[in-house]
Design a protein around this ligand. Sequence first.
Ligand SMILES: C[S@@+](CC[C@H](N)C(=O)[O-])C[C@H]1O[C@@H](n2cnc3c(N)ncnc32)[C@H](O)[C@@H]1O
Length: 244
Amino acid sequence: MYDAMAAVYDELMYDVDYEGWFNYIEEIFDRYGKRPKSILEMACGTGNLSYYLARKGYDLTCFDISNDMLSVAYNKLKDFSNVTILNQDMTEFNILKKYDCVISICDSINYIIDKDELVNTFKRVKDHLKDDGIFIFDINSHYKLKNIIGNNIFVEDREDVFYTWTNSFDEDENIAEFYLTFFIKDKNGYYKRFDEDHMEKAYTVEEIIDLLKKAGFNKIDSSDFLTFNTPKDISERINFVVLV
Ligand SMILES: C[S@@+](CC[C@H](N)C(=O)[O-])C[C@H]1O[C@@H](n2cnc3c(N)ncnc32)[C@H](O)[C@@H]1O
């Protein structure tokens, strides 16, 4: 999973506007009348959203399953006294604290391939939320994984990284598999090769709602990413807002 890629993750995500994403999350808080003080961020990766949450002064706990990703996050977050960084697995985390808000962004939820494990994740979220808590997450849509990313090959040629992204989509299991090959330039100018295999499950909006309900949530809104509009058949990223 996210091993060698951690070192180049931020360079590969150069076109993702994390500050805009942070503003969208704050707009959600406003629309839902929430003023959270404590936030738990699941699958924080290299801490790109965490940085803006920390800077705003939230009491932030963030975790990920990859130590390589967390060590990059640590460098961004080490000067904030309001941040705790942990290594935990979304499907079975236990932090012994309740939060005003739980967040997970950038399709991390698609990495949970098994439906029972996703229900477990949602149950763990519910157990970590206060009575008036809010849970915000997004997924890569079924449409995007099947028709745009799956069965496709991407090549990216950047200053210090060259990589190919060879994908397949399993229509029976609704799983997109990404086979990534990186050539990363070291300080002597030599390129070193790394390979990683990632998988994302393509969930429909209805499946996610059903699994949230199985975990005990009933107030569930979904919208086209960065809007508050109902998702369309061709929406590529879908945002969920779930209230306790
Ligand atoms: C696409 S990255 C998103 C990272 C970050 N949220 C961002 O916005 O850049 C997916 C992240 O999910 C993490 N992840 C995958 N499965 C996980 C699990 N079961 N528990 C915790 N983190 C997980 C990966 O290590 C990776 O950092």
